[in-house]
Every structure is written in C-alpha cells, then in structure tokens.
Ligand binder design. Structure first.
Ligand SMILES: [Zn+2]
Length: 406
C-alpha cells in the first residue's frame, strides 16, 4: 500500500498530464472552448455573488477608493467618496428628472444638455458629500450668476420678463447700469436660479379637452345701426389630443400637438349685427406693436415655396403679447399648427391673429383694448422655436402687418 503522501503525489502528476492533454485538445476543438467559457461565466458569477463575503477578498480595506468629483461645464460641483458613488448619483438625478414628473405621460426620450463628467481625484475645493446630500444638491435650483448678452431691440423690462428676474435685481447685480442705455453686445450679470445638470426630456401625453367655440358674425340690415343680437349660443366641442411635452428639468419649454381627433365639433356663437361692415384699409397708427421688442424673425410673403400669411416676431417664452387694436376676441384656444391662438375682430372686416402662444389670457366674446395683454408667447403648434406669429386680415385677406404697424 502506498502512503497517503505518495497517493497525493501520484494524483497531482495525473492531474498535470490531464491538463496538458486538455490544452492540446482545446486548440483543435472550439466547441469545448465554448463550454469552458460557459463554466468561466458561471465561476465569475459565483465569484461576484459570493466573493465580497469572503474576508480575504475585502479589497475596500486594502486600498481605499479614490474620491471622485462631478463636473458640470468643467466646474467641480460635488465630491463623492468614489467614482461608483458619483456615477450612481448622476443616474439618480437623471431618474429624478425623467420619471414621476408627468403622471399620465410616457417618457419618449431624454438627453443631458450640458457637460457632465466624473473626474477621479480631489481638486481640493470641495467637502466630501454623502450620495444623499449630493443628489439633493443636484436636483435643487442654485442662485448662480449667468452672463446675458444684450440683443438688438432689447429693453431691460423685456429681459427681466423673459429671464424671470425682477428688474430691480438686474440693476442691483450690475452696478453702474443705465437701464435706458442698453447697447447691443453689452453683457449683463443675471443672478438666476439654475440647475447644475440640465436634462431635456420629452413626454407624450394624451388629453381629452374642450375645443373652444368661435364667433360668427352676420350682417342683418333689419337690425338697427350698432345693434347686435345673438342668434345662436356657442357650444364648445370635445377632442382627444396627443402632445409631446419638452421639459428642461422640471420646466415645460415646449408643447407640441402631434395628433388630434375631434369627438364633438364646436358650434360657433352666431351674432347678427345691424351695422354694415365698411371694409377700409386703415392707415398707419391704427395698429400698435403686439410684442415689446419689434424684432422680425421671418417676414410676410413667400417663404419655403409657400406663403407666410403673417410676420414672425422674436419672443421668448412668456413674453406678454398685446392686442394690436381694440376689438372683440372671436377665437381663443388651440388651432392645430398654430398652437394656442387668439383671434381678435376689430370691426370693419379687420382681424388680427396671434399664434404659438404659451398662455391665453382672454376668452371668446371678450372685449379688449388696444395694448391689452391677451396672452404670453410660446412655442405651441408647429414651430422650430418660441416666437409670435402675427397676422392682420382685411376683409378676409392677409395683409403685411409691417405696412400697417409702421
Ligand atoms: Zn409665422
């Protein structure tokens, strides 16, 4: 009988022989290779699952992880204990801004707009954050100075309105600024709430909503001069609409109608008027500018092989829109590619149209004065960016508004 020691030695020799044979066979038999790969995957899985439980594999104690900083637009904003922690925090911030915001909406896509990076190491200027504190900080607004360049046609009140900063604060953060003497290209320091990470997300939303009714006017010579009579009450319709909502973090920056199905058509209110329409082409001075800045982004006339029935004015989201002349609102609501729209009848066959609004502040049948704030500009309907589409119609045909506004 061999001793245990001899048995072991013989066993090891046998094992080595077997392994040599296996290596040679492996070169010829690729299928065996695949099998071995499967075993390797299984072993790796077992290692990953159970490895950290073994005291000998506790690498965290052996070499502490290098701290990592999250950089937004090349500026370190928070420091975490490790790269893995930093990555996890960014993923949580993205999840925060892309889920649970619109209960009925479906997330279609999202992208991180600004530069966000993780850098291992320590720039020395930041205290170490817990992942919870870092997450809280990145999902909150911070008062940060932002540089704004004055554009042609800018006035301080409009900048304040568009940037949503009180005018006094702009004056305070720019010592020596003369609000009446802004120059193109001049830079202003605006302290405004901003996020370190900006995530643009698109949500698809279904809505069942009312279709506002318009007003139809008919001429009835039987009625006395200046008299009006409602011949039929208006009735709102109903429709199913699908919107794509674009959000920058929590704020809706665009809303686009992508599909609509009328369930019930609206019935216009029918008003008879005793006074005859006098179709007149009014001279300049009758119409005032609908936007504070008079910058035209697209003129009236031929455009892209078609006809542009109005003029487009540059207007950031939220810019107050004014009625060009006194009149009666005949339409206020969603109108397909025009988005949220207001139509005002000024009498004598004159009408003005304000499209792509973000907010409508008037209703059908309402009387408005010249210069009255009827809504706020936006980017609803078919647009490439926020602006005001403005039309003037004379007896049903479009005229170049700039000829009448000048
Ligand atoms: Zn237009």
């Amino acid at each position: 009988m061999n001793s245990d020691w001899e048995t072991n030695l013989e066993q090891r020799r046998q094992e080595r022989r077997t392994r040599r044979q296996q290596r040679c066979q492996a070169r010829r038999r690729t299928l065996t290779g695949l099998g071995a790969f499967a075993v390797l995957v299984m072993l790796t899985t077992i290692f990953v699952r159970f490895g950290p439980a073994l005291p000998a594999l506790n690498l965290a104690n052996a070499t502490p992880p290098v701290p990592a900083e999250i950089l937004c637009n090349d500026q370190p904003v928070v420091k975490l204990a490790s790269y893995a922690e930093a990555k996890d925090v960014i993923e949580q911030v993205i999840a925060h801004f892309t889920t649970g915001q619109e209960k009925e909406g479906r997330l279609v896509e999202f992208k991180v707009i600004n530069d966000v990076a993780i850098r291992e190491g320590d720039s020395g200027g930041l205290p170490l954050s817990t992942p919870e504190a870092a997450y809280e900080s990145l999902i909150s607004l911070k008062q940060e100075p932002v540089i704004y360049e004055v554009q042609q046609g800018d006035v301080l009140s409009a900048i304040a309105e568009n940037q949503r900063i009180p005018m006094m604060e702009i004056i305070e953060s720019n010592p020596g600024l003369d609000p009446d003497k802004l120059q193109i290209g001049q830079t202003l320091k605006l302290v405004k709430p901003v996020y370190h990470i900006t995530i643009e997300s698109k949500f698809e939303i279904d809505a069942e909503e009312a279709i506002p009714f318009g007003v139809e006017e008919v001429y009835d010579p039987q009625l006395g001069w200046g008299k009006t009579e409602t011949r039929r009450e208006g009735q709102p319709g109903k429709r199913k609409a699908t919107y794509i909502l674009t959000k920058a973090n929590c704020e809706v920056v665009n809303q686009e109608l992508t599909a609509e199905t009328a369930i019930e058509e609206p019935v216009a209110r029918l008003v008879a008027r005793g006074d005859r329409y006098i179709v007149a082409s009014r001279g300049p001075g009758q119409f005032s500018w609908p936007v504070p800045s008079r910058k035209v982004s697209s003129p009236f006339g031929s455009r892209w092989g078609g006809t542009h029935h109005g003029v487009d004015f540059y207007a950031g989201i939220g810019t107050p829109i004014a009625a060009t002349a006194a009149g009666v609102v005949t339409f206020a609501g969603w109108n397909g590619l025009y988005g949220k729209e207001v139509i005002i009848s000024h009498g004598n066959g004159l009408e003005s149209v304000y499209a792509h609004l973000n907010t409508i502040l008037v209703g059908p049948g309402q009387r408005v004065e010249q210069g009255e704030n009827i809504g706020r500009s936006g980017a609803t309907g078919r647009v490439t960016g926020p602006h005001l589409h403005f039309e003037i119609k004379v007896a049903g045909s479009h005229r170049d508004p700039l000829e009448l506004l000048r």
